[in-house]
Write a protein that binds this ligand. Structure first.
Ligand SMILES: C[S@@+](CC[C@H](N)C(=O)[O-])C[C@H]1O[C@@H](n2cnc3c(N)ncnc32)[C@H](O)[C@@H]1O
Length: 280
């Protein structure tokens, strides 16, 4: 008999049900973190077992959204890793400036904090008027939240520090209004953003991009799925286009990443170089 724990069997059946019933494919997510999140859902929903969670997923209309919420980890912050945003501003934006129209794809946008961060920096660099940002995620409620741009006011202090560390030239408070315990970002920042549902596992190339920013999403994927996703980014980028990943993510060992050259390897910023001989 194979030595597979009962919970691991249940997770596999849960993932299969999610795919067969709803078309969401989590089979190539990293098993350890997926199992952790499934068990957190069991706790939050008080189902007792993963099998009971699976039953609700199969039979209960509307339960899918709860499950996707639980599996998707839409955690983010504005100007997260400010040195990365500073490098984008100082090393990448001057090169993007040579394009008459700039397309940016921000994949895995969660609640939109990075989208607004980019919009602010582009505005300050004088590039926003000719930029289109496509902000995508597979979590519908995260996308709705992102469009609203409303966040707890207690985040503002850290985000203001991040903004200055990223090289911001005003104060972050210039871009939001505060009311009670909440801040609302200036909705003018949204004027060149299209929010859309896109699943990196199953959907295809999204747009022709000059910069793809996808941070802290690949960490949840297995190596083959990371490779598929990187191929998607490569195929979306113009030659000379930029890719920015999370600081714990890397292109190492991904065959699809052969055409990328580092701009700042430590900050995980890369550029799509000329095609390698023998490449597609
Ligand atoms: C930890 S958040 C990262 C947010 C932001 N990029 C950052 O670094 O602060 C991960 C996001 O990836 C999204 N995500 C996970 N799997 C995805 C998939 N297959 N397709 C699209 N988005 C996905 C989740 O919904 C979540 O919003």
């Amino acid at each position: 008999m194979p030595d597979v724990g009962l919970e691991d069997i249940e997770v596999e059946l849960f993932v299969r049900a999610l795919q067969l019933r709803h078309g969401y494919d989590f089979s190539q997510y990293s098993p350890a973190s997926l199992k952790r999140r499934v068990l957190q859902l069991v706790q939050a929903q008080q189902t007792g077992t993963i099998s009971e969670l699976t039953a609700r997923l199969l039979h209960e209309a509307g339960f899918l959204q709860t499950v996707l919420e639980g599996l998707s980890v839409p955690v983010s912050e504005m100007f997260r890793d400010p040195e990365v945003f500073r490098a984008l501003r100082e090393q990448v934006f001057p090169l993007l400036a040579s394009y008459p129209q700039i397309n940016i794809w921000q994949a895995g946008c969660a609640h939109g904090q990075e989208v607004y961060s980019l919009a602010i920096l582009l505005e300050e660099a004088g590039l926003y008027e000719r930029t289109q940002i496509y902000a995508t995620d597979f979590n519908e409620s995260a996308l709705r939240h992102a469009q609203e741009g409303i966040y707890p006011a207690k985040e503002a202090q850290l985000w203001s520090r991040n903004y200055l560390a990223a090289g911001g030239s005003h104060t972050l408070a210039d871009y939001y209004s505060a009311r009670y315990e909440l801040i609302k970002l200036d909705q003018r920042l949204r004027r060149n953003v299209i929010f859309a549902n896109h699943n990196l596992v199953t959907d295809e190339v999204f747009c022709e991009a000059h910069l793809v920013l996808c941070r802290n999403v690949l960490i949840y994927f297995s190596d083959p799925l990371q490779d598929r996703t990187l191929a998607l980014f490569r195929d979306s980028l113009v030659r000379g286009g930029f890719l920015c990943l999370g600081t714990r993510e890397s292109l190492d060992f991904a065959p699809s990443a052969a055409d990328f050259v580092p701009v700042d390897a430590g900050l995980r910023i890369y550029r799509l170089g000329p095609r390698t001989p023998g490449g597609e």
